[in-house]
Design a protein around this ligand. Sequence first.
Ligand code: ZN
Length: 146
Amino acid sequence: MPFFHFSQNNSGGFFIENDRVQSHVVVEAANADEANARAEEVGIYFNGCYIGEDCDCCGDRWYSVYSTEAEAVPSIYGTPVERFKFKGYDLGAWVYYSDGRKIGYGAALDAHDPNDLDDDADLRREIARGSDGRASINSYSDWLRY
Ligand SMILES: [Zn+2]
């Protein structure tokens, strides 16, 4: 089953980084429509400017995927996620498999015991944010200060 990559735009100058979404989200799904629907289930939304959620000058936070974007393995900008170099705005990734597994990658998540990735409460605490799940992390160096 193919994988689809959702890249987060830091609309309004912040990323939403939590136990559901990171700057990258990869979804395994039968097709693009199912990937978009699954993405919405985990907190991704589309047309953010139109619905008043995102900053008009920065643009939408998330964009829906198309069938032409299907990848054979979980990938970020076409690079397999295990080999992707997380840096700058690329803080982390959640990969959602069709069998229900969720696996985290990247700087934001490597700080955690990899055996403890299912502990969402720990993750929320670690990423230190407001109750709305938003954090003003604009760079990797910002992230390191947490
Ligand atoms: Zn803006």
